[in-house]
Design a protein around this ligand. Sequence first.
Ligand code: CO
Length: 140
Amino acid sequence: MIGRLNHVGVATPSIDESVKLYRDLLGATRIGEKFALPEQGVWVCFVDLPNSQIELIEPHGDASPLLGFLAKNPKGGQHHVCFEVEDIIAARDAMRAKGATVLGTGEPRIGAHGTPVIFLHPKDMGGVLVELMETPKDAH
Ligand code: CO
């Protein structure tokens, strides 16, 4: 069911400042351009690692779901983990059947990698916000 760890989501008040940490302190060399996902209220920037990615996310707009997180964690912090699944609809239905809470309407949205994603409520996941993402068809 659960597949590859696609990325770890890290919320930040400033992607530009966070990029400096990953590039200058940790030595990451493959860092993408920042881009907006207005429907999700975030700016996104991927830091590529040999085995996964860090997804830096910064609030975009006044209704960003990240604003509440940053109010509690002003410096930012680890926000979610994203696992790949083969079929997002099958995964959603299986999660619901097992009692997990799918956030929002439950209809998958297009995520930062251009494939459908859903989020599982942390209350059912030991406090961890989990993103499930359909594996890109041309990946791996
Ligand atoms: Co994510």
